[in-house]
Design a protein around this ligand. Sequence first.
Ligand SMILES: *Cc1c(COP(=O)(O)O)cnc(C)c1O
Length: 456
Amino acid sequence: MPDNTHIKYTLNEDEMPRTWYNIVADLPRPPDPVLHPGTHQPIGPADLAPLFPMAIIQQEVSTEPYIEIPEPVRQVYRQWRPSPLFRARRLEQALDTPARIYYKYEGVSPAGSHKPNTAVAQAFYNKQEGIQKISTETGAGQWGSSLAMAGAFFGIEVEIFMVKVSYNQKPYRRYLMEAFGGMVHASPTNLTEAGRSILAQDPDSSGSLGIAISEAVEVAAKSGGKVKYALGSVLNHVLLHQTIIGQEALLQFAQADDYPDVVIGCTGGGSNFAGLAFPFIGEARRKGLSTRFLAAEPMACPSLTRGIYAYDFGDTVGMTPLTRMHTLGHDFMPAGIHAGGLRYHGMAPLISLLYDEKVIEANAYHQTSVFEAAVQFTRTEGIIPAPESSHAIRAAINEALEAKAAGQERVILFNLSGHGHFDMAAYNSYFSGNLEDYEYPAKAVAEAQKHMPQIV
Ligand SMILES: *Cc1c(COP(=O)(O)O)cnc(C)c1O
């Protein structure tokens, strides 16, 4: 019998999981090799060494099911972890649904999202290998602020290439990065060859995540080993670090004496969805459960539902290794939707594989319907959600309404990946009726997909 009184399920610090969960040990088939961007031959750990510390590279290729979380990382996690699991009772009442809706809330971290879970781990491993500076990119600033915070904790300088349109439109996250001690540039810049080549073609370029990645990677690659690069999503080790979320949720569901029928997360590069879902996927595969897993993405950048499953670059300029993933094409420029963290052309290779194997489902949503769900959530649960996370709320509400129509007691779990306190201008656009829905950009995607590398 599910617990019928509690609003939140909390664990104490000593109950926090001691290991991360590596889904590579439980995949239906082995992951595809990562290829060199020039030779198209499989790469090994040595090829990644200019960019990442060796401990991270080992995690990137590990097939061990559990990897120990170092004590200094656990020590930082304790400030906000374990994060609460909430039962959305007032939202359930408002929807008049027989479904039980739960959400894991990652907005309790100091930076306001799930991203510090990996930022702290990455800063720790860099520090351990004597690195003094990390370069990275950020879209709306969630990742940049998380890494700047982690850099401050471990005494590492952080240089951040921020997509220019966000740099200008969202100054508060920039100020937050600076408050944590980060150095922030509006990308494309004149500081890198990648940036200069984009500016030569288009001096007014408003930038993109793919361009900012090219710049940050170049800074590390040309530093002679002094600067390393960090990515906030997509890669195996990032998804690994996020699995603390789902492992805590498994313990919290045991407290609630309940279990989800469907697990939902929004997907930009896939890390918060993976963090919540992978431990449940592992359990479902080992125990033969029929739990469903649903990725929620924006209609303006629908890499899972409309992308093709092929080898592509992770950045715009074509400097990164090639990975097999669902992609809209590495030079596809998504429309300026407010969910900046979901504007990425590709998807994590591990999630792409699971989608291809039909272990997970995906749906794409228009931003006005996403904000409508966000406001309903705010008015019932009291938390202003990030526009990214609100895609998961839209999906969860749809599931609850379907359950109502079918007269079913569906148990729904979604990841509330962050709060939206720095996104109030987006809410203002919604309230003043200025939010635009962008149809699926079929022509732009077809054009971008023509430029993808041909791998035989
Ligand atoms: C960055 C971000 C996302 C998207 O990234 P994923 O790697 O797909 O999780 C989602 N929600 C929030 C709050 C973010 O900051």
